[in-house]
Design a protein around this ligand. Structure first.
Ligand code: ADP
Ligand code: MG
Length: 484
């Protein structure tokens, strides 16, 4: 039997606000001393009252706009009741039937739409720590931190599609300024709901929810493992049981955690301590402030710089690199327009320098991009020197190696280091004659029609001029001297 995979995602992201969701305790994920960022409200003491953090509300609404979603005039908070040591009040304040955001949409690279069911706001739980002696300890620093939960429709059909959707959502959260959404720091947590069904059927199979996935790679691996597990069950005539399973990175498999409760077990009801949230005016105000989103940035980079998709993706995913590229490109454009040179080729050269030569130079110097001394203007000037053939690519590499660790103006450094290509025709002719005199074999081969021999002599002349000769000019002189 052939099966089709069906996946829906639930993604939690911690919002990078200064204070917690319902009190003024600091929201500081970097805090290392346990139980310091706490107060009677987030500890659930009797008689305390929550007050909603409107900055968190605004961030979720901004994500809603970024998803092209529906945002209602008003919204409300509900209590989700359950007992656990990491939940001091015995309930979590969340949103049930009136979330802040409904019905959004994202596109993955194939152009396929993934529908977003909803995005709501809730509070995070405390973190449990299990020590070596077998004690379980609770750190309440995280209790009450604003947490955004996004739910997708079951629209993904492969582990790869699910990974892509999760990566695109991470970018959207970052671009919208809602969350840093780093998976390795637990700021974004992806849960995948996975089922399979016979190809050609419509009815959804029983789903298994996968938790504890700490990287995009593992999102893919966990789903792939789970699909095979479910197939094997069905092939054996067994049923898939609705469960929550965790990803075990050591065993590289999903392991049973619990049989899932249904919604009514939580006895949701409106939180009587919190007034209804009137959000129409915030929604309309934020609608005018939506920043450029990843999809728009990809399109703009293509139109503006005409570079390849692989490079664009690197820039879209790396803010610092892309800002550097953009500011270097705008300098380049200015200089090249005064020189009457083609900026299209220069944008590609800039792309190559940033994504390979510069990376290599940084690597060799043992310097990270953030500590690099070369600024965007310096690099743009270097690219201009190459484009206008004032320096050779060999010379450019020497300059680059110097600039990443020392900074500085490439024109000045090229003067100091005597890197500029010579415009002295007499010197070029002299160097060519020396090469012809010393390479009889190559000259003979060239006359017998071997074009490689000419290229060899160009190289020898360049070497003789210590990289300062322009290869095109040398080639012309060689042809003339060789009498062709
Ligand atoms: P629950 O009530 O168990 O929380 P929901 O209907 O709220 O289930 O869906 C939770 C997530 O699971 C959503 O992302 C949804 O798209 C996905 N989902 C629901 N049913 C299935 C299924 N049969 N197979 C895969 N994903 C599913
Ligand atoms: Mg649900």
């Amino acid at each position: 039997m052939e099966y089709e995979t069906v996946i829906g995602l639930e993604i939690h992201s911690e919002l990078a606000t200064r204070s917690k969701m319902f009190c003024s305790s600091p929201n500081n994920p970097e805090e290392t001393i346990p139980n310091t960022n706490i107060c009677p409200v987030c500890m659930g003491h009797p008689g305390t009252l929550p007050a909603a953090n409107m900055e968190a509300v605004r961030r979720v609404i901004m994500v809603g706009h970024a998803l092209g979603a529906t945002i209602p005039d008003s919204s409300k908070f509900d209590r989700k009741n359950y007992f656990y040591p990491d939940l001091p009040k015995g309930y979590q304040i969340s949103q049930y039937d009136l979330p802040l955001v409904e019905k959004g949409l994202i596109k993955i690279s194939s152009g396929k739409d993934i529908r977003i069911t909803r995005v709501h706001l809730e509070e995070d739980t405390a973190s449990s720590v299990h020590d070596k002696e077998g004690n379980s300890l609770v750190d309440f620093n995280r209790a009450g931190v604003p947490l955004m939960e996004l739910v997708t429709e079951p629209d993904m059909r492969s582990a790869q599609e699910a990974r892509e959707a999760a990566e695109e959502l991470q970018l959207i959260f970052q671009y919208a300024g809602a969350s840093k959404a780093r998976m390795d720091k637990g700021e974004m947590r992806v849960e995948a709901n996975v089922s399979i069904r016979p190809v050609g059927t419509q009815e959804l199979g029983t789903k298994v929810e996968l938790k504890n996935i700490n990287s995009f790679k593992n999102v893919e691996k966990a789903i792939e493992f789970e699909v095979e597990r479910q197939k094997a069950l069905l092939e054996n005539g067994e049923k898939v049981e609705q469960q929550t399973r965790g990803w075990d990175d050591n065993k590289q498999e999903t392991v049973m955690q619990r049989i899932k409760e249904s919604a009514h077990d939580y006895r949701y009801f409106p939180d009587p301590d919190l007034p209804r949230l009137e959000i129409a005016s915030i929604r309309d105000e934020l609608k005018t402030q939506v920043p450029e989103l990843p999809a728009a940035k990809r399109k703009r980079f293509k139109e503006q710089f005409n570079i390849d998709d692989e490079a664009i993706e690197i820039f879209v995913r790396n803010k610092e690199l892309s800002e550097f590229y953009e500011s270097a490109a705008s300098e380049l454009k200015e200089w090249l327009s005064t020189e009457g040179a083609d900026s299209d080729g220069a944008y590609k050269l800039l792309r190559n320098y940033m994504l390979s030569d510069m990376v290599r130079a940084l690597d060799e110097a043992g310097v990270i991009f953030g500590d690099m001394k070369m600024d965007a203007e310096n690099l743009a000037e270097l690219i201009t020197l190459i484009t206008t053939k004032k320096i050779s690519s060999r010379g450019a590499k020497d300059l680059l190696a110097h600039m990443v660790t020392n900074g500085g103006d490439p024109t000045e450094i090229a003067k100091d280091k005597d890197i500029f290509q010579t415009t002295d025709v007499g010197a070029l002719e002299e160097a060519v004659r020396v090469v012809i005199a010393q390479n009889e074999k190559a000259v003979k081969e060239y006359k017998e029609g071997k074009t490689n021999a000419l290229q060899f002599m160009v190289g020898m002349t360049m070497k003789g001029m210590r990289g300062k000769g322009n290869p095109e000019a040398i080639r012309k002189i060689l042809l003339k001297e060789l009498g062709s």
